[in-house]
Design a protein around this ligand. Structure first.
Ligand SMILES: NC(=O)c1ccc[n+]([C@@H]2O[C@H](COP(=O)([O-])OP(=O)(O)OC[C@H]3O[C@@H](n4cnc5c(N)ncnc54)[C@H](OP(=O)(O)O)[C@@H]3O)[C@@H](O)[C@H]2O)c1
Length: 269
């Protein structure tokens, strides 16, 4: 299938590693020029060099901490200047502290919304006027299934995710007349550095060895395993393409049918 992405211009936040890196690579493989951002410059440049070497596409790099409004504004402005257009905006850089309500401080709750929700808002505030002036665009918000499959031990990420999912649908209602469509992608567990940290936290909270936690965690997923970054990236490449432009104001889960209640029972056993 030709995804018709050749020559399109895409911004991907948090793309120096993990899911964001896989998405930037998948888009570049389909012929997109990409602008990527992250905080740590060495890893960002290394990733950009890998994508250029494999795909031959333009990869523009931008050092940005999206918890800072000025960095988000500069990223969108400079990326637009480097690529000339913004056809696709992928908001991906995000994380929120896990844990139960008794252990979450005021700062944890503020932090949960600071990057995972406000980072997306900040980039969109600057990218949407550019897309309006161009006459269209596509927004993918990488969010997470905690927003729709709630769990008390991931209550802060769940709240931040639900806020992002609500925003995705709300903006679809506002910007459709400008030819801009929106979709939220909700992964369950994906094999990244973040997953390794989550397994360590689970082992600590559930008083298990890290090996046992790693083995037990996928038991909440009917397919018996967690996702690989490429699986999420391939879905995103399709969703970013003109073929999926009409998939608008909605959400797609890629979580193997995870049943969070099983994880809750595991924790409480
Ligand atoms: N992995 C999962 O199991 C999973 C499940 C559901 C949803 N998600 C969502 O999918 C997205 C990607 O997750 P991931 O696991 O791939 O993350 P990751 O492996 O931790 O990678 C995060 C990326 O974002 C960058 N980043 C972190 N903080 C940033 C900041 N303040 N400003 C700009 N860039 C920043 C990182 O680079 P620097 O550190 O250099 O800034 C890195 O490139 C996130 O929104 C996450 O919530 C992940």
């Amino acid at each position: 299938m030709d995804l018709q992405l050749q020559g399109r211009k895409a911004l991907v936040t948090g793309a120096s590693m993990g899911i964001g890196k896989a998405i930037a690579l998948a888009l570049a493989r389909e012929g997109c020029d990409v602008a990527i951002c992250a905080r740590e410059p060495a890893r960002l440049e290394e990733t950009a060099a890998q994508i250029r070497a494999e795909t031959g596409r333009t990869v523009s790099t931008h050092r940005a901490d999206l918890t800072r409004a000025g960095d988000a504004e500069a990223f969108v402005r400079d990326a637009h200047a480097a690529l000339g257009r913004i056809d696709i905006m992928v908001n991906n850089a995000g994380s929120a502290p896990g844990g139960v309500i008794e252990h979450l401080s005021e700062e944890d709750w503020a932090q949960a919304l600071q990057l995972k929700f406000m980072g997306y808002v900040r980039c969109l505030r600057h990218a949407l006027p550019i897309m309006v002036a161009q006459g269209g665009g596509r927004v993918l918000n990488l969010i997470g299934n905690d927003g729709v499959k709630e769990s008390y031990w991931e209550i802060a990420p769940g709240a931040a995710n639900a806020a992002g999912q609500n925003m995705t649908k709300a903006l679809a209602g506002q910007y459709g007349r400008h030819g801009i469509s929106f979709v939220a992608v909700n992964p369950g567990p994906v094999r990244t550095e973040r997953w390794a940290g989550l397994v360590r936290a689970m082992a600590r909270d559930m008083k298990l060895s890290v090996e046992d936690a790693d083995r037990l965690a996928p038991s909440s997923i009917p397919l018996g395993r967690i996702a690989e970054c490429d699986e999420v990236a391939n879905l995103c490449a399709y969703l970013a393409s003109p073929l999926a432009h009409f998939v608008n104001g909605t959400m797609i889960e890629i979580d193997g049918g995870q049943q969070k209640a099983l994880m809750d029972r595991l924790r409480d056993r």
